[in-house]
Design a binder for this molecule. Structure first.
Ligand code: NAI
Length: 415
């Protein structure tokens, strides 16, 4: 296939870390003999990760992390390849998608790379015998880590899981820059509006919200942040954003973009404050951050003025525009390409390393069941690999600097 017929060709050009892993481990095939289940939004970047795991020797069992973001051309490109089994199709209903996940788990994967803890929760709830034979797992999202922490608290995890999301190489880049840029890009493309000079309200100032707010301001928007954590609110304030309750902020918003991981961040009590023409988008968790049922109940009429925009006509004449039906605007909107490949390259390299470390290096057999931080050596190794692909050099400590950092007595110090 050439770059005009191969749907993954363009993305491979922008995923140099995965290419370098495929080159190195394609020679030694450390994952040979293992089956790795992967749940992720099944678009081009995921396709390249699937190929990388397969090139390293694994049999890869693939599903989507939700039913709406699967790209037909990617499934088609993967389906007929050796040692790749797809359990998802574009256009599946939620029920079909769920059934596909159960079918995948019945194939008894050795390792689970998860998104939102979907497969890991299902294998424990519905396939406990399979869970007993799983060697380990890795989780790439904030929401998934929250679910895993709940499983850990109840002591129900049957195997060790690396919290890939919590590594610096994942959330410093993917959550901040990937979600920030791709969410704003999708809001602008879907609506054909400009942020400059507008008021953008960002719900939540965690890693994602911080990226959205900083980048919106960089494009000339005035930003207001809503929070429930006083320290995060102060951080937003010190970064130069206004802070307000959602009730106050809603009255000024041209756009509200949520990214909190929790539900009903925009809800019925906020609707009366919204301005005519406000644009609402969710970049956080599934479809729960904007209370769509409240909008449906309040509206006397619902129209679709543009692809990807649902307009709720309120009885007093105000119009509220909701993007991507309240689902992740950067992943499920009509123009969405998800995160840029360059940033997913880093996240997926961490996922690859989670699988390689637990399976090929044997850490999965050594660790007791539970949720684990990923070893820092893996994070550093991916960072070094990324720098190599950039052709960038950094400094190394001199012996004297290392000794200075390691000693508690500093005899040369003037103080
Ligand atoms: P985080 O935990 O760093 O930040 C969440 C922030 O929201 C926290 O500061 C918290 O205090 C705040 N918050 C919680 N409830 C709130 C409420 N009702 N009102 C205002 N603020 C509230 O999490 P992170 O990494 O920023 O992720 C946020 C969400 O975005 C998660 O659901 C995560 O899975 C999702 N995510 C989405 C991506 C995408 O592609 N759209 C990519 C990465 C993560």
């Amino acid at each position: 296939m050439t770059d005009d017929t191969d749907p993954l060709a363009w993305t491979r050009d922008y995923t140099p870390i995965l290419r370098s892993l495929a080159d190195e481990y394609g020679e030694t095939t450390p994952l040979e003999g293992y089956s790795v289940a992967l749940a992720s939004h099944l678009e081009q970047k995921t396709g390249v990760l699937v190929e990388t795991l397969r090139d390293a020797g694994a049999t890869v069992l693939v599903t989507g992390s939700e039913p709406y973001s699967t790209k037909a051309e990617v499934v088609d490109a993967l389906r007929d390849q050796d040692r790749i089994e797809t359990y998802v199709e574009a256009g599946m209903s939620e029920e079909e998608w769920e059934n596909g996940q159960h079918e995948l788990l019945e194939a008894e994967p050795d390792f689970i790379l998860d998104d939102g803890c979907e497969l890991i929760a299902k294998v424990h709830a519905d396939h406990p015998d399979v869970a007993e034979s799983v060697i380990g797992g890795g989780e790439q999202t904030t929401a998934g880590i929250t679910r895993l922490e709940a499983m850990e608290d109840e002591d129900v995890l049957a195997f060790p899981v690396y919290g890939v999301n919590d590594t610096p190489m994942k959330h410093y880049f993917d959550n901040v820059h990937g979600t920030g840029e791709s969410s704003l890009a999708n809001v602008m493309i879907t609506t054909n509006t400009m942020l400059s000079g507008k008021t953008v309200v960002v719900g939540g100032y965690g890693y994602c919200g911080r990226g959205i707010a900083r980048k919106a301001r960089g494009m000339g928007a005035q930003t207001i942040v809503t929070e429930v954590d006083p320290r995060k609110a102060l951080e937003a304030h010190m970064d130069g954003h206004r802070i307000a309750s959602m009730e106050e902020a809603a009255a000024e918003a041209d756009y509200i973009i949520t990214s909190t991981g929790n539900r009903d961040v925009v809800r019925d009590e906020h609707l009366e404050h919204l301005q005519d023409g406000v644009i609402l988008a969710n970049a956080g968790h599934f479809d729960v951050e904007i209370a769509v049922p409240a909008l449906e109940e309040a509206a006397e009429r619902i129209t679709e003025p543009r692809d990807g925009v649902t307009r709720y006509h309120l009885p007093d004449g105000r119009r509220v525009n909701l993007l991507a039906e309240g689902r992740l605007v950067n992943l499920t909107g009509p123009h969405s390409g998800g995160h840029p490949a360059e940033v997913m390259d880093t996240t997926f390299a961490m996922m690859f390393e989670a699988a390689r470390d637990m399976l090929a290096e044997g850490r999965g057999e050594d660790l007791a069941p539970g949720l684990y931080a990923m070893p820092d050596r893996l994070d550093r190794a991916v960072a070094e690999r990324k720098l190599e692909t950039l052709g960038a050099s950094i400094d190394e400590w001199t012996d004297r600097q290392r000794a200075y950092a390691e000693e508690w007595e500093h005899p040369d110090s003037p103080f």
